[in-house]
Design a protein around this ligand. Structure first.
Ligand code: UDX
Length: 437
């Protein structure tokens, strides 16, 4: 049976949630305080870059199952039987999750409610947040407000697939009545339900992202070791990934993870652990390895080109991964200023990444303009466009040793080398030592 659903926050998670629930037939209202965003969504334009989302958005709007509003005239009439909170929990300067937006919304909903509803927390919040929101706001309301922790596991660029074909649905609750409603909400999705208490659901979200980050940092450490001993990380990854207990995903070595989730959530989990008197040594190392990994191209380009102040460097890719325009925590944000500090002239090319200013670098709109006259190019994002480059042409426009630092191990080393370029990557065939020798 269709439910009346309100989704608060039309950021990445909120918009995907609203659009997908409307597609499943629920009556959805997405609420955001930003009038310009709401206007854009009403006009049928997505405010995030996500393949396929605009078609579902327009379909829902035209069918009348999806509406967009601001809370301008108060929250009371906006509250749905199921009200999903999907506002941002950015990283505070101390590494903790900043919960101010979550608290503001929950407080406003609890104060405005004049009939019972179930509040579903999709924002990533630290363990214990559900209990504290209940005590501070929900239990003070005039009506019963149920609480569900329902973390999301959406990858940018694959969010719709991850929504409809999710590996699991996690529901943290303290009351069976709320679970009954949630089963109805996700009626059409075939996936194992993990029904548990609120604190465990909150933990599942952080533990999932921490584990995936650990896998990446682990394979990056092995790749670095491969560089030292002359082994090949591609074979090693394949060799270990075929063990079903390990699994082949998230074993791509490179310059480390970025994005809106892994860096923020690993640091927040470390903070939560410390705050609770526990030193999460493994997680601290995962973070440290990732911070160091993104400096690899800087180290190797500087070592190969001591006269960097007379050279120009192309940065290929600015997004934290392909198929997104998101640049949050992209390795490029650390790599570019360090190379600029050495006096290199830097040109950045990315097919769609958000246009942000990085001091010391110019953004160009064509890959060839970035490569023209460059002595080195660093592949930061594994866009298909870069894997399909005409390497003979690349050699003809680049100068000097024509260093290609493949920060994502995504290029064909033979194709690059046979064009007369100098190929460097992370743990592939021990080439750092050979190339630098
Ligand atoms: C992630 C989680 O996958 C998702 O479940 C969660 O809810 C939100 O965070 P996302 O940030 O969109 O999703 O990106 P993801 O595809 O997981 O990649 C994260 C980063 O890890 C990227 O920078 C990617 O380049 C890097 N990565 C990924 C590697 O370096 N190696 C790998 O093997 C996999």
């Amino acid at each position: 049976m269709p439910l009346s659903v309100t989704v608060v926050g039309t950021g990445y998670v909120g918009l995907v949630t609203g659009v997908c629930l409307a597609h499943s037939g629920h009556q959805v209202t997405c609420v955001d305080i930003d009038q310009a965003k709401v206007d854009m969504l009403i006009s049928g334009k997505s405010t995030i870059y996500e393949p396929g989302i605009e078609d579902l958005l327009i379909a829902g709007r035209d069918k009348g199952t999806l509406a967009f509003k601001t809370p301008e005239s108060g929250w009371r009439d906006l509250i749905g039987d199921v009200t999903v909170v999907a506002v941002g929990t950015p990283m505070a300067p101390n590494g903790a999750a900043d919960l101010s937006q979550v608290r503001t919304v929950v407080e406003a909903l609890a104060a405005a409610a004049d009939r019972p509803f179930t509040l579903v927390m999709k924002s990533t919040v630290p363990m214990g947040t559900g209990a504290s929101l209940r005590e501070r706001y929900l239990d003070q309301a005039d009506v019963r407000i149920g609480y569900i922790s329902n973390p999301e596991f959406l990858r940018e660029g694959k969010a719709l697939e991850d929504w409809f074909k999710t590996d699991r649905i996690v529901l943290g609750a303290s009351d069976e009545a709320d679970l009954v409603l949630m089963r109805e909400l996700y009626d059409d999705i075939e996936a194992p339900l993990v029904e548990t208490d609120v604190a465990s659901a909150e933990t599942i979200k952080y533990a999932s992202n921490a584990f995936l980050s650990t896998k990446i940092s682990f394979i990056n450490e092995i790749a670095n070791l491969c560089d030292c001993i002359g082994a090949d990380i591609d074979s090693v990854s394949r060799g270990i990934g075929l063990d079903k207990r390990i699994g082949s995903q998230f074993l791509n070595a490179g310059i480390g993870y970025g994005g809106s989730c892994f860096p923020k959530d690993t640091r927040a989990l470390d903070f939560i652990a410390t705050l609770n008197g526990y030193q999460f040594t493994l997680l601290k190392s995962v973070i440290e390895v990732n911070n160091r990994q993104r400096l690899l191209p800087v180290v190797h380009v500087m070592r190969a080109l001591p006269d960097l102040h007379e050279r120009s460097v192309a940065i290929l890719g600015l997004a934290f991964k392909p198929d997104t325009d998101d640049v949050r925590e992209s390795p490029a944000l650390d790599i570019v200023p360090l190379l600029a500090e050495q006096g290199a002239a830097i040109r950045i090319y990315d097919p769609i990444a958000a246009d942000i200013a990085i001091p010391g670098a110019a953004r160009v709109t064509d890959v060839w303009r970035a490569l023209e006259g460059a002595s080195a190019a660093v592949v930061v994002t594994d866009w298909v466009e870069f894997t399909e480059l005409d390497w003979a042409r690349v050699r003809s426009v680049m100068t000097g040793p024509g260093i290609i630092f493949d920060g994502r191990n995504c290029l064909d080393p033979e194709a690059v080398r046979s064009a007369g370029l100098t190929y460097m990557a992370v743990g592939r065939e021990g080439q750092h030592r050979d190339d630098l020798a």
